[in-house]
Ligand binder design. Structure first.
Ligand SMILES: Cc1cc2nc3c(=O)[nH]c(=O)nc-3n(C[C@H](O)[C@H](O)[C@H](O)COP(=O)(O)O)c2cc1C
Length: 170
């Protein structure tokens, strides 16, 4: 049940082995996304799983040909189904909702012994066309998933707590 070791293991992988993601692991990753919280529980998401090699190569092209995008055996395109809803604080809900879903899926992937890279470096119109995403919807994140061909190297270079945490006032 300890979550912190999974969080500490997590890193953005940029090299993957060709071994596939097992269907059971993929189901659990998708279940983690399905269970993610969302504003008013609207669940404004659709997870498009891309595993076919020819399609992955086209997705790689649309992702500025970043090699790991086509190298990894699976990519989940985290897409919105509603882009209008604003939360009571006035902010758009969908980028936040979809970030939670992507984060849950990413952590479950690491829990499975897999690795991920969150990818936002892509031509959204091209991805939309490849995956037949309706024009009014957004492709927010490509979650690239597979068995890592590299390990997390050293310090994750995070700001110290003293810089980012304060109590009772800013
Ligand atoms: C919103 C968001 C967008 C990101 N986009 C990309 C990206 O397009 N390409 C990439 O290689 N990494 C991307 N990353 C990964 C970050 O670069 C990475 O999380 C950060 O450098 C910290 O490194 P770590 O994940 O290895 O701890 C993105 C991360 C987030 C949260």
């Amino acid at each position: 049940m300890d979550l912190i070791p999974v969080i500490q293991q997590r890193f953005s992988a940029h090299a993957f082995l060709p071994d596939p993601v097992s269907p059971e692991a993929m189901e659990r990753i998708l279940e983690a996304g399905r269970r993610a919280p969302s504003a008013k529980n609207r669940q404004p998401w659709r997870f498009v799983v891309i595993q076919q090699e020819t399609l992955r190569r086209k997705v790689q092209d649309a992702a500025y040909n970043e090699p790991w995008v086509g190298q990894a055996p699976a990519v989940i395109a985290v897409c919105s189904t509603n882009i209008d809803y604003r939360m009571p604080n006035g902010q758009l809900a969908y980028p936040i909702d979809l970030s939670f879903a992507a984060a849950y899926m990413e952590l479950q992937a690491f829990h499975e012994g897999l690795a991920c890279c969150i990818n936002t470096t892509f031509q959204e119109d091209e991805i939309r066309e490849l995956l037949t995403v309706p024009y009014s919807m957004r492709v927010v994140v490509l979650l690239v998933i597979g068995h890592p061909a590299e390990k997390r190297t050293g310090d994750p270079n995070r700001l110290p707590k003293g810089r980012i945490v304060s109590y009772e006032h800013w």
